[in-house]
Design a protein around this ligand. Sequence first.
Ligand code: AQP
Length: 341
Amino acid sequence: MVKPPAPRNMAKRVFSGVQPSGSLTIGNYLGALRNFAKLQYEADCLFCVVDLHALTVPQDPKELHQRTLDVARIFVASGIDPNRATIFVQSHVPAHSELSWLLECTTYDGELRRMTQYKDKASRQEVVTSGLLTYPVLMAADILLYQSDEVPVGDDQKQHLELARDIAVRVNNRFDEEIFKVPKPYIPPRAAGGRIMNLQDPYEKMSKSTENPRGNIGILDSPDEIRKKIRSAVTDSGREIYYDEENKAAVSNLMVIYSLCSGQSLDEIQSNYADSGYGDFKKDLAEVVVETLTPIQKRFAELSEPGVIEAILAEGRKKAEPLALPTLNRFRDRLGLLTHS
Ligand code: AQP
């Protein structure tokens, strides 16, 4: 049955974004995109390709251009319906950058330097841009601009979301008025995909910009690549297959991927493989991952026809900008900035 489009006055507003900073992984899919597709039926959703965030570390311009389109295609291919949710590109709505500057002037340097992701990414860069430091403020602007109630993200974004909440509360207190809604995070627990780990290092988050890409399953990887990467995934000592994040980090991570792709619970998987070794488990895991990603890849290919995704993004910008401007203008006004015609 075709579900009717989400009415704009739905009680709940949801915002989330994905950076076009590399090839999207199954971590992005299981931790975020998959939930986006579900939320569109219960909330007024805005999903954004956050291209400005990607600029915080060096990007090849041609690749950035292509990846921006590809992330939007992956949104749609993962089940986000552009007639229900608003899909758009961050830099197409300049209010994001303007609000980011205004919020930077209410954020403390120490708050930003404490961010784990900043410390981690800065330690891997030869030159650290100020954009890398202020990135969480731009993320706060993305969210607060739309009076978002809820933000579905993986658990690596938890600290940034807490900052967005702190900024909103600070501004509201200063003006004794709800300028910004204080957003709530929607973070799946680890066993439900909140933090998928690298297959070559179960203590490193699976990440687009990893230095260990053999441990990433890309959403667009071919079946053979997927099989090869899962076959060579590291495992833990002992042959048993059971869920224990601390002592069986590698196998637990593989079990979570298996569970989310197959719909089987972790307990079912454990009992199904009670008498098997890692070899059989990995072989079956590869097949359930291939089965999950193949339909997304097919849909992605259909969306690659010139003009299709561009039209969706143009429509998305038209819907997003009028939602953003009233909040920006109210905040400008409260700060004492002159209005213009
Ligand atoms: N490994 C992961 N497990 C679960 N969720 C994840 N997310 C990212 N990695 C995992 C979630 O995916 C969404 C989009 O992420 P992003 O593009 O905003 O950037 P990120 O969080 O920094 O993700 P990456 O893949 O690690 O990108 P790079 O390497 O460019 O920094 C977010 O909701 C994120 O939580």
